[in-house]
Design a protein around this ligand. Structure first.
Ligand code: 2AM
Length: 160
């Protein structure tokens, strides 16, 4: 099972991200646009792992995320999150908990982003709407390749 841990986004946050995608489409940026139901903020990517019951999801004090910034890793374009100490600390705790449980994960430096378009052609310039959301749980997600793209399914929440 291909697993990752993520923050699922509110409808309001997804609407703001769709607005950015619309700006990109209006600038004729071609590519593989993330469907709104697939938008999320990944906190840890585990990858193939057989038993989701082993995966720790530490609890935390709720905090607020703000959308901020827009950029790219090569041809992948993303919306960013305003630097947030509570988020940074949570990801650090989560990584320690995964290590303590012996669960492997991608150890790249945490660079919070929400993927909007993959394999994009063009260099868009957009205005990022100001939107915030409260975060009171995180989700263990599984990723499956569907006939028409990736399918992400929530398996468990930190507040279950
Ligand atoms: P991405 O959007 O930048 O590709 C499911 O694949 C989620 O896990 C995506 O949000 C993806 O980020 C993220 N992810 C992080 N590290 C990954 C990796 N090494 N391989 C695949 N996905 C990864």
């Amino acid at each position: 099972m291909r697993l990752f841990i993520a923050i699922c986004l509110t409808d309001e946050m997804r609407a703001a991200l769709r607005d950015i995608q619309a700006q990109m489409r209006a600038q004729r940026v071609s590519g593989n646009y993330t469907p709104p139901e697939n938008m999320h903020l990944t906190l840890a990517f585990i990858g193939d792992y057989p038993d989701p019951d082993d995966v720790p999801l530490p609890a935390f004090e709720p905090f607020t995320l703000s959308l901020d910034g827009f950029g790219n890793f090569g041809s992948l374009w993303w919306a960013g999150i305003r630097p947030c100490e509570a988020l940074r600390r949570y990801v650090q705790n989560l990584r320690h908990a995964l290590d303590a449980q012996g669960i492997p994960f991608d150890r790249k430096r945490f660079s919070p982003h929400i993927t909007l378009v993959r394999q994009a052609e063009g260099r868009p310039a957009v205005t990022v709407p100001q939107v915030e959301m409260a975060v009171d749980h995180v989700s263990l997600m599984r990723s499956d390749r569907g006939r028409h793209g990736m399918i992400y399914t929530e398996i468990r929440r930190s507040d279950d």
